[in-house]
Design a protein around this ligand. Structure first.
Ligand code: ADE
Length: 432
């Protein structure tokens, strides 16, 4: 995989930093292609264009730089925000999209697919140095920086928005310790986000990443899913639909029961390791698959992660127990040969397989996630005076607006409560 390296500091001093500006024409095509499937966001963008509700706000967004994110960025800019966009993962950037955002949409973007760690942090720095009044994170890296190394750039923050489960968990921990310095919105926890993006988005895009990288037939394989949250549920459902035998591992008894009653086998990773053909972690925790598991695996297995950070697989442990590592045996697959002679194929370096080896969630589902982001940004600005340094939910009216509009754009009508039904739901006397 190409690794983009810049000189120390270079990533922060430039006014943008992308891999190759000549890729812009294809990037623009892909942005507009995704836009066809993002009608809710388009409607919000049209209103933002007229009303400019974000005017006067400096925004820094640390998100996966994809065609779908580009359409969110266009919406925020249409609303009047002065936006800097930086990558939230070293492998997830679509270089053509990043190029088009700079060349065609005049945006400041810092994101290069395959960027090394130094470059990643220089890009993050650029986001913080923008001295934002609003931040948007996918994984809480901006908020983390604004609470640690770059506190001085967080002085004007009105609110911060968080896109992912892992980020919300980090923010709640920060709040619990009494250290949260500004209000944050848990966008991930909105029904319009996690019920669709985490479940159907991750379900499809994770399978897509595995298939694109390996070209294997899913039917007939044993697929081990570690973690049965919304992402794990979605992936297990889609793997089953492709004819795999799905095994779930969990640490939470309720989720383990849910998995069992959804029809999957449930067992500890130590047992699953012996029977799996494909392994995918979606837990949000570290070292879910460790040397003691790699050791037990069959020859030639495929192992990947679709959780936010690349810590779910203990790859250092795997490297130590391997006598050979062949990088990129095919694009996005590294083959580790163990002392026993068995091989383990790691996909997308243990980073998010759906964005590393595929294009992430489809636009239709990101439409709802990013509509939630755009409207919550507007809400945060409108209610700025009332907000405290707490973790807030997305207001229910925003969820209702988005779900109603999404149904309309899909041509789906639903029933309305009759007056009698409304009355029934509001009394306690009727019914026994
Ligand atoms: N997260 C998962 N899929 C994504 C996508 N297509 N764009 C932005 N963020 C994502």
């Amino acid at each position: 995989m190409a690794t983009a390296k810049v000189k120390k500091g270079e990533g922060t001093t430039r006014s943008y930093h992308v891999a190759d500006e000549s890729l812009a024409p294809m990037g623009k095509n892909r942005i507009l292609w995704a836009d066809r499937d993002m009608p809710v966001l388009a409607e919000i963008r049209a209103r933002f264009e007229k009303e400019k509700p974000l005017k006067g706000h400096r925004m820094s967004a640390c998100l996966h730089v994809t065609a779908e994110t580009a359409n969110l960025a266009r919406t925020l800019k249409a609303g009047g925000a002065d936006l800097v966009l930086v990558a939230s993962n070293p492998l997830s950037t679509q270089d053509d999209v990043a190029a088009s955002l700079v060349k065609d949409y005049g945006m400041r973007v810092y994101a290069i697919k395959g960027e090394d760690n130094d470059t990643y942090y220089q890009h993050l720095d650029a986001g913080m140095r923008h001295s934002p009044s609003i931040t948007m994170d996918d994984g809480a890296d901006l908020v983390h920086g604004l609470h640690t190394t770059h506190i001085e750039f967080g002085k004007n923050i009105v609110a911060s928005l968080e896109e992912t489960t892992t980020g919300v968990i980090r923010l709640q921990a920060l709040h619990k310790e009494g250290k949260l310095r500004f209000p944050v919105f848990a966008v991930n926890d909105a029904d319009t986000k996690h019920l669709f993006d985490n479940r159907y988005g991750t379900g499809q895009s994770t399978l897509d990443g595995i298939i694109r990288a390996t070209d294997i037939l899913i039917a007939g394989r044993v697929i081990v899913v570690a973690g049965y949250g919304w992402c794990g549920k979605g992936f297990a459902m889609r793997a089953k639909g492709h004819g795999a035998e799905v095994v779930v591992t969990e640490i939470n008894p309720i989720r383990a029961l849910e998995a069992r009653m959804d029809g999957f086998r449930v067992m500890p990773m130590a047992d699953a390791a012996k029977i799996g053909d494909v392994f995918c972690t979606v837990t949000g925790n570290m070292h879910v698959i460790r040397p003691e598991h790699f050791e037990k695996m069959k020859d030639g297995v495929y192992v990947c992660n679709s959780g936010h950070f690349d810590i779910e697989l203990d790859l250092k442990g795997l490297a130590k127990m391997s006598k050979k590592v062949d990088k990129n045996v095919v694009p996005f697959v590294d083959r580790y040969t163990l002392a026993s002679g068995n091989t383990v194929n790691i996909i997308a370096e243990g980073r998010l397989v759906n964005l590393g080896a595929a294009h992430g969630h489809p636009a239709s589902v990101m439409d709802m996630s990013f509509a939630t982001q755009a409207l919550t940004t507007e809400h945060a600005i409108k209610s700025a005076k009332k907000l405290k340094a707490e973790v807030y939910d997305v207001p229910k009216q925003i969820e209702d607006y988005i779900s109603t509009l999404k149904l309309k754009t899909m041509g789906i009508k639903i029933d309305k409560l009759t007056p009698d039904q409304k009355k029934y739901l509001s009394t306690w006397e009727m019914g026994t």
